[in-house]
Design a protein around this ligand. Structure first.
Ligand code: NAP
Ligand code: GLV
Length: 311
């Protein structure tokens, strides 16, 4: 089998070494744009992150595209042949990282650590009124691989947790809401909103004024999915008018976040550089090569993207 590696902003060599170690006897190379005089090597599978359209157009024999991330929104912007299978990463070490990140952000707000950080700057020794846990309900948009793990981790700290997804979920101690009809009831009973939805035509701009206004007063937003879920100015307006108390944002419409963007300077916004759940190389290589071996044995694999749903 022939495998091309085409990942923007990723050093290829360690990935190639790892892929070759797991798949001896396979021909594995880093894709480069073709030179006019050179023959084109055609691959059966590709390991990709945000490949250029030229890669897809050139690689006419591809059967499977293995995305080295959970979100496939960038990939689905391309013109893809209908016969091509898109395979996403399933967890591969991301769920634990996401649970750590979200629990940290929720607990930081619950324990007023954001306020104490500000007090430290002013060398102020003062106590803040403890929040009541039952008032601190966490609502998670998206209850897939990452949302489920985050919900379980938050339950460990005994926060009230509810999830919103397309299909109903059955998790101990977690209330499940589904579909557009149940979104208002979910939002009305949420204090901390965590976004873990895929970016699709249905979910783009879902974090808008109309929805954020329905959250409990003094709400917080933790956006760890995609920047295009959020209408930036609506969040700023709701923080400035006092309806919302804070936001932790890991993803942005433009990344890196431009220096002139208002989020950098806003006192109630914490910015991190798309780092809540990183792709872990060894875990990802083990998962992708495991799936390639399974396909070669004629078995079905986990993580095939449904192109109609968009995730
Ligand atoms: P997933 O397993 O595919 O889960 C997606 C969840 O969203 C599912 O529960 C799905 O509902 C729900 N959903 C999708 N469309 C919906 C809609 N229109 N209405 C209601 N619910 C909807 O994905 P995942 O692995 O948890 O990852 C989620 C996203 O996290 C990725 O797509 C990516 O954008 C983001 N991410 C970010 C980072 C980071 O570092 N910031 C890292 C990894 C991933 P059903 O269960 O009913 O299908
Ligand atoms: C990262 O954002 C991913 O989708 O894996």
């Amino acid at each position: 089998m022939k495998i091309a590696f085409c990942c923007t902003n990723t050093k290829a060599e360690p990935w190639l070494e790892g892929l070759r170690a797991h798949l001896p006897g396979h021909d594995i190379w880093e894709w480069q744009p073709a030179q006019p005089s050179q023959p084109i090597a055609l691959a059966d599978h590709a390991v990709v992150w945000a490949p250029p359209q030229a890669f897809i157009d050139e690689q006419t024999q591809l059967q499977n595209l293995f995305n080295i991330g959970a979100g496939v929104d960038a990939l689905l912007q391309l013109q893809l042949p209908s016969t091509l299978r898109i395979v996403r990463l399933n967890d591969a070490g991301m769920a634990q990282q996401m649970a750590e990140y979200v629990c940290h952000a929720v607990i930081r707000y619950f324990r007023a650590l954001d306020g104490y950080e500000a007090d430290t700057q002013d060398m102020r020794w003062s106590f803040r009124k403890p929040a009541i846990r039952s008032d601190f309900s966490v609502g998670i948009l998206g209850a897939g691989i990452l949302g489920t793990r985050v919900a379980q981790a938050l339950r460990y700290f005994e926060f009230p947790v509810q999830v919103w997804s397309r299909s109903p979920k059955h998790m101990e101690g977690v209330q499940s809401f589904t579909g557009a009809q149940q979104l208002p009831a979910f939002l009305k009973s949420t204090r901390v909103l965590v976004n873990l939805l895929p970016l699709t035509v249905e979910t783009e701009n879902i974090l808008n004024r109309h929805h954020l206004e329905q959250l409990l007063p003094g709400a917080y937003l933790i956006n760890v999915a995609r920047g295009r879920h959020l209408v930036d100015q609506d969040l700023i307006d709701l923080l400035d008018n006092g309806h919302m108390a804070g936001a932790t944002l890991d993803v942005f419409r433009t990344e890196p976040l431009p220096p002139s963007h208002a989020f950098w300077q806003h006192p109630q916004i914490t910015v991190t550089p798309h780092t809540s759940a990183r792709t872990l190389r060894d875990e990802s290589i083990a998962q992708i090569t495991g799936k390639i071996k399974a396909l070669e044995r004629g078995e079905e694999i986990w993580g095939r993207v449904d192109l109609v749903r968009g995730y």
